[in-house]
Design a binder for this molecule. Structure first.
Ligand SMILES: [Zn+2]
Length: 104
């Protein structure tokens, strides 16, 4: 199985090292992050599962929306963590907003 690796030094990154929105590589201290499109997919899937689950539990109207949103956060977080083990994302270098990536 593929593992998450630091884009700078190629050291393996364990799930326990991952922090959001970005974190330092345990080996070279580079600022790295999980791609936002990966998190977006996990949250989108989490929201779909959450709303479907609430709907199947018989919730409707405002209760369905409130519970759906709450469970979306929960399921999305679980999927993000589980996804990093099952289907590890490509870790990217983190650029501080506004730096335009000019800082190496
Ligand atoms: Zn590194």
């Amino acid at each position: 199985m593929e593992s998450m690796r630091c884009p700078a030094c190629s050291v393996m990154i364990g799930v326990t090292h991952v922090r959001f929105p970005h974190f330092a590589c345990p080996n070279c201290r580079s600022e790295i992050c999980i791609p936002s499109r990966y998190l977006f997919k996990a949250r989108l899937l989490g929201a779909a599962i959450a709303f479907l689950g609430c709907y199947l539990m018989g919730l409707s109207g405002a209760v369905l929306v409130v519970c759906g949103v709450l469970f979306s956060v929960l399921v999305g977080t679980m999927l993000t963590t589980a996804g990093m083990v099952v289907s590890p994302p490509v870790v990217e270098k983190y650029f501080h907003p506004g730096s335009l990536g000019l800082k190496s």
